[in-house]
Design a protein around this ligand. Sequence first.
Ligand code: AP5
Ligand code: ZN
Length: 212
Amino acid sequence: PHILILGAPGAGKGTQSDNIVEEFGVEHVTTGDALRANKEMDISHLGLEYDTPGEYMDRGELVPDEVVNEIVETALDEADGYVLDGYPRNLDQAETLSEMTDLDAVLYLDVDEDVLVERLTGRRVCEECGATYHVEFSPPEEEGVCDACGGDLYQREDDTEETARERIRVYEENTAPVVEFYDDRGSLVSIDGDQTPDEVWEDVKDAIEANA
Ligand code: AP5
Ligand code: ZN
């Protein structure tokens, strides 16, 4: 299936995408991870405000569409089934996506803003395998060490309180309209993201089985 997962920073898109990949055998296409792997890429030839994706990301701003659209197009071309996470983030990207592919299910993880900051600032990620933890809500057995692979856990550079708040502001301004865009087309399934990860997963799985 072709699945799109929407939600604010910290809503749980990455966490639920991992479950979707495991259950449905699809590819995880995530612009956030793709851009983090290419933070230092030289984009100066485009004549934009900054010369690398990382300079936008560490400020909590969106990386320009021309950079992101190309990443998604290539990734979707190579994927059979996918869960798309982190894109589209504005209405232009949503229009571009509708020209690239068809979607079977559009899921929206709904979480209140005060919960988001707490989730983002407490997040820790494995530098080896990318597994996601939270210091309070889903801590690893041993502090700072990945349960799955033994790798070291680190904090993302954009997960400081200041940058997290800016990312949520950018989300409200640019990405909230994308949620409406799909809702207007009648294709949005809204899920209460403020439950335990397992409870959210039950709802996500049901929604995919009902729609895809
Ligand atoms: P990106 O990596 O996409 O970040 P994001 O949208 O801010 O999403 P996050 O990864 O922060 O949150 P998530 O919803 O995946 O939450 P998670 O599951 O980890 O983008 C980063 C940057 O890249 C952007 O700011 C931008 O600069 C650039 N970029 C990316 N895509 C772009 C695009 N299309 N256009 C332009 N620029 C782009 O969960 C968060 C924490 O909460 C974890 O610690 C987790 O353990 C915990 N948690 C999860 N679920 C629960 C739960 N149910 N209960 C309690 N805790 C939970
Ligand atoms: Zn790991």
